[in-house]
Design a protein around this ligand. Structure first.
Ligand code: FES
Length: 148
């Protein structure tokens, strides 16, 4: 199994690891099959809805750490609607790809961001177009993903 230089870099030197106190939104998702858990913290400007800061805590495999790290870098500076475009595909592309068996790890990053945005929307009493309620366990539906 080959990892790209970028994956190795983000795994060895993760960006934005940690927590944000009094975060505007926090999202936690896990994958019951591999047991990995990811938590994303967002600091969002309530006036502009722009993400000022993003941090992560991931208890998981190297690819999960690398995708969390890259995902935090991709969402900072974006508004909440633009942040929805940070899909697992976008994260994988930014990392120059992941081995097929590790694709599900990137999904954890997408779902954790969505969960944190959902938490923010609940707190602010707003609706984010196209955002669905988060799932705690994303292992369902994983098979289709790996075949796709
Ligand atoms: Fe489960 Fe990577 S093996 S997130």
């Amino acid at each position: 199994m080959e990892y790209s230089k970028k994956v190795m870099d983000h795994f060895m030197n993760p960006r934005n690891m940690g927590e944000i106190e009094n975060a505007s939104g926090v999202g936690t998702v896990g994958n019951a099959k591999c047991g990995d858990i990811m938590r994303i913290f967002l600091d969002i400007d309530p006036e502009t809805h722009i993400i000022r800061d993003c941090k992560f805590k991931t208890f998981g495999c190297g690819a999960a750490v690398a995708t969390s790290s890259m995902a935090t870098e991709l969402v900072v500076g974006k508004n909440i609607n633009e942040a929805l475009q940070v899909t697992n595909k976008a994260v994988m592309e930014a990392l120059d790809g992941l081995p097929p068996v590790k694709v599900h790890c990137s999904l954890l990053a997408e779902e954790a961001i969505h969960a944190a945005l959902w938490d923010y929307a609940q707190k602010e009493h707003i609706t984010i177009e196209g955002l669905n309620p988060p799932k705690d366990d994303i292992s369902e539906g994983e098979e289709e993903l790996e075949e796709a």
